[in-house]
Write a protein that binds this ligand. Structure first.
Ligand SMILES: CC(C)(COP(=O)(O)OP(=O)(O)OC[C@H]1O[C@@H](n2cnc3c(N)ncnc32)[C@H](O)[C@@H]1OP(=O)(O)O)[C@@H](O)C(=O)NCCC(=O)NCCS
Length: 169
């Protein structure tokens, strides 16, 4: 299993994975819109030359008190083809990306998702770090991971995703 950066020719396969995993086109459409609207990071999992998983990141802003130059990324979405789920591919995509971002100088990652899944990668409820989500969500579903210990100590505020997320149903 290879994890690599998405290439232009992967876009259609990525779209199919998002639709198959979520059973709807909303996440695929979001990814397509964000690619043109923000600087984003997109990685794919490749098995025997077939793309079977995808993970996507876009920058978020903190409305409140936080250093302006603190790069925080939002993880969304992550998807694995249904036939390939439960085999560690999602975990591989997440761990591989987190290692890359730590090396690139990204300071923290937020995610809105299952509190059963993300804590195994080190994510904690964002509320514990003084951050809340701009959307009305259960506290435990909005999580953050510091890539540099203590980097969020001076942050208090509301995390805002790119406005394209407002169109996600
Ligand atoms: C979520 C997803 C990316 C995980 O990828 P994966 O390759 O199947 O996951 P892994 O094999 O790395 O991990 C499997 C574990 O994740 C858990 N898991 C998978 N999907 C989950 C979900 N939506 N909520 C909570 N836990 C989930 C499994 O129960 C399993 O737990 P265990 O290790 O305790 O048995 C994949 O299931 C998927 O594409 N789901 C549909 C899209 C989706 O819901 N994306 C995430 C939105 S938060």
């Amino acid at each position: 299993m290879e994890i690599r950066a998405e290439r232009p020719e992967d876009v259609e396969a990525v779209r199919k994975i998002e639709i198959a995993a979520f059973g709807r086109a909303s996440e695929a459409d979001l990814v397509d819109r964000l690619r043109g609207a923000a600087f984003t990071f997109s990685f794919v999992a490749v098995d025997s030359q077939q793309i079977v998983g995808h993970i996507f990141f876009s920058p978020v802003a903190v409305e409140g008190e936080c250093a302006d130059d603190l790069l925080i990324l939002g993880l969304a979405p992550v998807a694995v083809l249904p036939d390939y789920q439960q085999q560690g591919i999602g975990a591989l995509l997440i761990r591989n990306s987190l290692e890359k971002f730590a090396r690139l100088g990204c300071k923290a990652i937020v995610v809105l998702g299952s509190p059963e899944y993300y804590p195994r990668f080190g994510f904690v409820p964002a509320k514990e770090k003084g951050l809340q989500c701009e959307y009305v969500v259960p506290d435990e579903a909005f999580m953050v991971l510091e890539l540099e210990h203590g980097v969020l100590d001076s942050c208090i505020g509301t995390v805002e995703y790119h406005s394209e997320f407002n169109n996600l149903e």
